[in-house]
Design a protein around this ligand. Structure first.
Ligand SMILES: NC(=O)c1ccc[n+]([C@@H]2O[C@H](COP(=O)([O-])OP(=O)(O)OC[C@H]3O[C@@H](n4cnc5c(N)ncnc54)[C@H](O)[C@@H]3O)[C@@H](O)[C@H]2O)c1
Length: 337
């Protein structure tokens, strides 16, 4: 149905096309469909996956072909295909006049991410990137604590993510092709560190493919040190080994420190020199992060403002991910400027 064919019941509703109806695409379809102000269309080039997705959450229209879907003139396109296919979906969507929300990472390479950012500039459309951790209550509170100066100057940090279940949830054919994918799967950490601490200046790293688990990409363990332009030094540890998964951040400042593990439901804040700690409760379930993410992107577009995570942020994160890969592959310090 084209925009002109919309019924009166649809008047005032925005139309969102979700492209890619796999794991994350279905979550977006389900949560966008809850909204009374939104009509949802779906597209997947695999007819069986599309049929399954729309059985789960019925949509107004569905397509196996991207060109046919874009001919329906959606105002928004949600790119939920695998990373190497983001550019091939995002750039025609932008040229068709849609604002694009692209699942993380923006693309599979810096070059491809820059291509998307360039088309966004040429078309004057907005691109947002799905680093949904920025919408998680705990990380939002940490951002407020930092902005309020509760830690003083942040001098260091330690960020850890381990998730064997990331691999268990994938098709095995996908895993064998996933050299260095650990840096893109966990690029959430690079994104929110940029949000908290600003740009990275240089990285060192080491990595391994080790252990006896049946699913073992190369690498499955990365230890990196990020030095930020601010001078702060952060240890980054990623592994595809831990089960159950875990995601933790500690930040150390000259006025205090904090720690947060996402499953714990609380941030522990301690002022410098104090015995006592403050426990800050964290609310919300995973679906709530995505609901906030949707609202934030719609609000940014309506106000003509930068989205929470811009295409430029997405490119900056890809640059750090590629720098870490170069650092552990070539065993050297990589400078970003
Ligand atoms: N924000 C998050 O926390 C989060 C979580 C999971 C995945 N992701 C990201 O979402 C993206 C998709 O991941 P997934 O796990 O849902 O993948 P998936 O393999 O489950 O689904 C991808 C779907 O895209 C379809 N597809 C591929 N190319 C297409 C094309 N050109 N046109 C139409 N359909 C196409 C496939 O048929 C498949 O159904 C990835 O970029 C991933 O990094 C983000």
């Amino acid at each position: 149905m084209s925009r002109s064919e919309s019924t009166s019941a649809d008047a005032g509703k925005r139309t969102v096309l979700v492209v890619g109806c796999g794991s994350i695409g279905r979550r977006h379809i389900r949560l966008l469909s809850e909204r009374p102000d939104t009509r949802v269309l779906a597209c997947d080039h695999d007819p069986a996956i599309l049929a399954d997705a729309i059985r789960e959450t019925p949509v107004e229209q569905s397509f196996n072909d991207l060109d046919a879907a874009l001919a329906a003139a959606p105002e928004f396109v949600w790119v939920c295909t695998p990373d190497p296919a983001h550019e091939a979906v995002a750039t025609p969507a932008l040229r068709a006049g849609a604002h694009v929300f692209c699942e993380k990472p923006l693309a599979h390479t810096v070059e491809s991410g820059r291509a998307i950012a360039t088309v966004a500039q040429e078309t004057g459309r907005t691109v947002g990137v799905g680093y949904v951790i920025r919408c998680e209550d705990g990380y939002q509170r940490i951002k407020q604590l930092l902005d309020n100066g509760e830690l003083g100057t942040v001098v260091a940090g330690c960020v850890k993510v381990g998730a064997y279940d990331t691999l268990l949830n994938m098709k095995s054919g996908f895993i064998t092709d996933r050299k260095d994918s650990i840096m893109l799967d966990y690029s959430h950490e690079l994104d929110y560190l940029n949000w908290f601490l600003g740009p990275v200046a240089e990285v060192t790293a080491t990595a391994a493919s080790i252990g006896n688990l049946p699913l073992k990409p190369d690498p499955n363990v990365v230890a990196a040190t990020l030095r930020f332009e601010s001078g702060a030094v952060v240890s980054l540890h990623l592994n595809y080994v831990q089960l159950p998964s875990s995601r933790t951040i500690e930040l150390f400042g000259d006025a205090g420190n904090l720690s947060y593990t996402i499953a714990s439901g609380q941030i522990i804040l301690q002022a410098h020199g104090a015995e006592a700690v403050t426990e800050i409760p964290v609310a919300g379930e995973r679906d709530d992060w995505f609901r906030k993410e949707h609202q934030s992107f719609f609000d940014a577009v309506a106000a003509g403002q930068q989205p929470l995570v811009s295409a430029e942020d997405g490119v900056a994160t890809l640059r750090v991910a590629e720098a870490v890969i170069t650092a552990y592959r070539e065993n050297r310090v990589v400078h970003l400027n």
